[in-house]
Design a protein around this ligand. Structure first.
Ligand code: UFG
Length: 328
């Protein structure tokens, strides 16, 4: 297929772009490089640098695109609480521009990078797709708004779409891992402590209603996540919008993640309890039964130790230069 991959220089987008190239697809990437890395773009892909709002229409106008895999977005819970305006602009307005360009140019196959943050604070776990959606932060609210927009575009304009609601994506594949200029995610930050680039990790709250008082998350390996995108793209049906959760099905607390990082790295990794972070839910664990049943998705890297080991091997390979901007 000839595919447009938006946000294909970011962590998730670039790994998925590589896997799509491995599957023989012809990939064009739009990315503004605000958080992505040019070097993460597959050599075989065509790269267009710029804002999705400006580039989506002219790129799709070139013709012959069979589908779009849409990653380009702002994606930090804490930042979205402080700066909601950039989330509504970049995520919602950006996606509406893309959907209109797809409609104008007859592109009818879409896979969208949605999130567990659309559910908010669930009353029970694991979370299935029929749970109420009540986001606790603007990031989740923008992704939910987009899911609603996609549903109506799919029904009215014959687009075949799948939203994949990611839980906590981590790990590395094909030499690509988490390598952001400003890092806020737990596993890469903990590994920066093990590398000696940070003194300690802050635990954001120890008074949550969880067994050890720290928040529980479901960590999904980036390669397993990428496989789901390929399956979704290959099975989309015109006029239908499917929504699937993507997680490993196991929950680990912040303390358990830090302990696993200590085991994998052999480093003591000092930790200090800090106040809660705004917008964080206590527990997020996925049920991925629906995508396994319907699409035959079969994750193979579900152990937290595997996720952390792959992330660690990637982080060690980055060397001092890549981390120099992030010491603190
Ligand atoms: N945490 C710390 N200290 C840190 C960083 C994180 O204690 O220095 C905690 C957070 O409070 C949270 C957990 O570690 O409880 C995981 O935090 P991350 O920042 O790694 O990830 P989030 O759960 O906030 O969000 C991620 C993605 C979202 C997605 C969500 C879905 O960034 O896009 O997972 O589960 F919506």
């Amino acid at each position: 297929m000839k595919l447009l991959v938006t946000g294909g220089a970011g962590y998730v987008g670039s790994v998925c772009a590589h896997v799509l190239v491995e599957h023989g697809h012809d990939v064009t990437i739009i990315d503004n490089l605000s958080t992505g890395n040019r070097e993460a773009v597959p050599a075989a892909a065509t790269f267009v640098e710029g804002e999705l709002r400006e580039k989506a229409e002219p790129v799709l106008a070139e013709g012959d695109f069979d589908g779009v895999v849409h990653f380009a977005a702002r994606s930090l819970v804490g930042e979205s609480v402080e700066k909601p305006e950039i989330y509504w602009q970049d995520n919602v307005v950006g996606t509406l521009t893309l959907l209109d360009a797809m409609r104008t140019h007859g592109v009818e196959n879409l896979v969208f990078s949605s999130t567990a943050a659309t559910y908010g604070e669930p009353e029970t776990v694991p979370i299935t797709e029929d749970f109420p959606t009540a986001p606790t932060n603007p990031y989740g609210a923008t992704k939910l708004a987009i899911d609603h927009a996609i549903t109506s575009y799919a029904h009215a304009h014959r687009i075949g779409a799948t939203s994949l609601r990611y839980f906590n994506v981590a790990g590395a594949y094909g030499g690509i891992g988490e390598n952001r200029e400003i890092e806020t995610h737990l596993i890469p930050l903990v590994l920066q402590v093990a590398l000696g680039h940070r003194d300690k990790i802050f635990i954001f709250g120890q008074d949550w209603p969880t067994p050890d008082g720290t928040p529980v998350r479901d960590y999904i390996h980036i390669r397993d996540l990428a496989d789901a995108h390929v399956k979704a793209l290959e099975t989309n049906q015109p006029g239908a919008h499917r929504i699937y959760n993507l997680g490993s099905g196991d929950g680990y607390s912040v303390r358990e993640v830090i302990d696993t990082c200590r085991e994998v790295t052999g480093h003591p990794i000092p930790a200090e309890v800090a106040p809660r972070r705004a917008g964080d839910p206590a527990v997020l664990i996925a049920s991925s039964a629906k995508i396994k049943d319907e699409l035959g998705w079969n994750p193979t890297r579900t152990e937290l130790r595997t996720v952390v080991t792959d992330a660690w091997n990637f982080s060690r390979g980055l060397g001092d230069r890549a981390h120099s901007a992030r010491r603190g």
